[in-house]
Write a new protein. Structure first.
Length: 91
């Protein structure tokens, strides 16, 4: 599946650039992640979406929606504090 792999993700937020490593694997039309709980996840072709909770620098929920293009992923991350662009590459 196009989303399978270890992704180096970067989100441009109001408090600066935040980076994360996310390991994703498609299982049918859903996603699973190593070391991270995903909610409301979906995979349809090259489009992906998921929600996840983070605790640093504060507790919040991020909702990702994006598109995979080869070894790159890009889209938007939405929170209660706003929506910001994210991008990433396969490690």
């Amino acid at each position: 599946m196009v989303v399978d792999g270890t992704w180096n993700i970067s989100i441009k937020t109001l408090i600066g650039e935040r980076k994360a490593i996310v390991v994703l694997k498609a299982e049918g039309a859903t996603l699973v992640a190593k070391d991270r709980l995903l909610n409301d996840d979906a995979v349809e072709g090259d489009e992906v979406s998921w929600k996840t909770d983070v605790t640093s620098p504060m507790a919040w929920t991020l909702k990702f929606s994006g598109k995979v293009n080869g070894d790159a992923i890009a889209g938007r991350a939405t929170t209660a504090f706003g929506t910001w662009p994210f991008n990433g590459t396969l490690a």
